[in-house]
Design a protein around this ligand. Structure first.
Ligand code: MN
Length: 225
């Protein structure tokens, strides 16, 4: 007999997989704070620091093509176009070589951010959770199984390019990020990692359509209602 629950458990959040009917079940979402030198500088930070991490809840995921309300509690919602890594094998305290073998696939993503709340949190040395981990803050396209994309990432707002960078401009590669994160937590299948955004972050307003494109992957598109 199964475990009796006081109310039905919510279904697992899942994402589409390119070329497959089966969907990818999501466990947790981790994000890298700074991973492109030019963006680190635009945020007033050193570009030589080791990667640091924050999280979003799994149910913050919005599939590409979704429409979301303008979030509460902010007047400065920002886009952050990013490569997302999907983990398919468990690992803790792994080397970069072992980390590479834990990757299941990749997707385009948008780490939506309440920039005003983030600035307040930084100034008052408080956590970033409500600036980053709010409802519908993780836009993700379909996950493509296999190798790490090596092309260009673009983030367009209403068709106008706001962010554009080579994925090779990342300070920390996906295996290096996984190895670093695995020193802090045990990673498991279903974990997603947003790998950081390049320069050019900026505001989204009601009515905007924001599309994150990565060569070879489905775009991650969201419309702000
Ligand atoms: Mn980000």
């Amino acid at each position: 007999m199964g475990i009796a629950l006081v109310f039905p458990a919510l279904p697992t959040v899942t994402l589409a997989v390119t070329g497959r009917v089966e969907r990818f079940p999501i466990r947790r979402i981790f994000c890298v704070g700074r991973n492109y030198a030019e963006h680190a500088r635009e945020m007033g930070a050193d570009d030589k620091e080791p990667p640091f991490f924050f999280t979003k809840p799994a149910d913050a995921v919005v599939e590409s093509g979704g429409t979301i309300p303008y979030p509460t509690a902010t007047t400065n919602l920002h886009h952050e176009g990013e490569l997302v890594v999907a983990i398919g094998k468990a690992g803790v305290m792994v080397t970069e070589d072992a980390a590479a073998a834990m990757i299941w696939g990749h997707a385009a993503g948008n780490d939506l951010t309440r920039r005003d709340l983030q600035a307040d949190a930084k100034a008052s040395r408080r956590p970033w959770d409500m600036a980053k981990g709010f409802d519908k803050s993780a836009v993700v396209g379909a996950i493509r199984p296999g190798s790490i994309p090596d092309g260009t990432l673009r983030c367009l707002v209403n068709g106008v390019i706001r962010q554009e960078a080579r994925l090779s401009d990342m300070i920390w590669s996906p295996p290096a990020i996984i190895a670093a994160l695995s020193q802090l937590v045990s990673l498991a299948p279903g974990d997603l990692i947003f790998t950081g955004t390049p320069a050019g972050v900026g505001p989204l307003v009601r009515g905007d359509s924001c599309r994150v494109e990565i060569d070879g992957l489905q775009s991650a598109t969201v419309t702000i209602a």
